[in-house]
Design a protein around this ligand. Structure first.
Ligand code: AKG
Ligand code: MN
Length: 195
C-alpha cells in the first residue's frame, strides 16, 4: 500500500541480538505490564515503553503517559533504536516514544489505527524481533479490504503518508520460527512522534 515501506531483513543477527540486550535493560527499568482495553479486558500483548512518553491504556482509554504505571520514569530510548529511526525516517526529529510490545505464543493485536499522536505527518516505524508475526493491514476505514504479510525477525516497517492511519493488527505469532529469544515469542518496537 502507498506509504508503507517494508525493509525485509534490515537488521542482521548481530544487530538483532544487540537490540534484544538493549530491550532487556529497558524492561529491567520499566517492567512489562498488560494494559486493560477501554472495555476492561487485559490485552494479550505485554508492554512497556522508553522515551518521553509511554503508550498506556485502561478503562479511561488509550493515551500517552509521562510515567510507567508503577510511577517510575520511562527509560531513554536506546541509541541503537534511535539510529534506525534517524537512518530510515529523519535525523531532524527523534521519536518521543518507543513502545515495546511482547507477544507470547498466544498473543495477538486486533485491527486498530495509531491515532493517539498530535501530528500524523510523522511516520510510525516498527521493528520486529523473534518469532514471525502475521501482520494485517487495510485502508483508513474499518471494515475495508486488508492484506497480510509475515513480519520476520530483523524486518523494519515504516507506515507513513496514506498508510500512517491505516488499520493494522497482528493475527498471530508463529511459535518456534526464530531462535533469537531463548524462551520464544516476539518483540515489536514501535517508534512514534507524539507531540
Ligand atoms: O506488533 C506489531 O507489529 C504492531 C504493533 C502495533 O500496531 C502497535 O503497537 O500499535
Ligand atoms: Mn499500531
Amino acid at each position: 500500500m502507498a506509504g508503507a515501506a517494508l525493509y525485509s531483513g534490515y537488521l542482521d543477527a548481530v544487530e538483532q541480538a544487540a537490540l534484544v540486550g538493549d530491550i532487556r535493560a529497558v524492561v529491567a527499568a520499566a517492567p512489562l505490564f498488560s494494559p486493560l482495553t477501554p472495555w476492561g479486558k487485559p490485552m494479550s500483548v505485554r508492554m512497556t515503553s522508553a522515551g518521553k512518553y509511554g503508550w498506556y491504556s485502561d478503562r479511561k482509554g488509550y493515551r500517552y503517559a509521562p510515567r510507567h504505571p508503577d510511577g517510575i520514569d520511562w527509560p531513554p530510548i536506546p541509541g541503537r533504536v534511535l539510529a534506525i529511526w534517524r537512518h530510515l525516517v529523519s535525523a531532524e526529529r527523534d521519536p518521543d516514544c518507543c513502545l515495546v510490545n511482547f507477544y507470547g505464543a498466544k498473543a495477538r493485536m486486533g485491527l486498530h489505527q495509531d491515532r493517539d499522536e498530535a501530528d500524523f505527518r510523522w511516520p510510525v516505524l516498527s521493528i520486529s524481533l523473534g518469532d514471525d508475526a502475521r501482520f494485517r493491514i487495510g485502508g483508513t476505514t474499518r471494515g475495508g479490504s486488508t492484506e497480510s504479510v509475515w513480519l520476520r525477525s530483523g524486518d523494519v516497517l515504516v507506515l507513513g503518508g496514506e498508510a500512517r492511519l491505516a488499520y493494522h493488527g497482528v493475527d498471530r505469532i508463529a511459535p518456534g520460527t526464530s531462535t533469537l529469544l531463548p524462551n520464544g515469542g516476539r518483540i515489536n518496537l514501535t517508534l512514534r512522534v507524539v507531540d
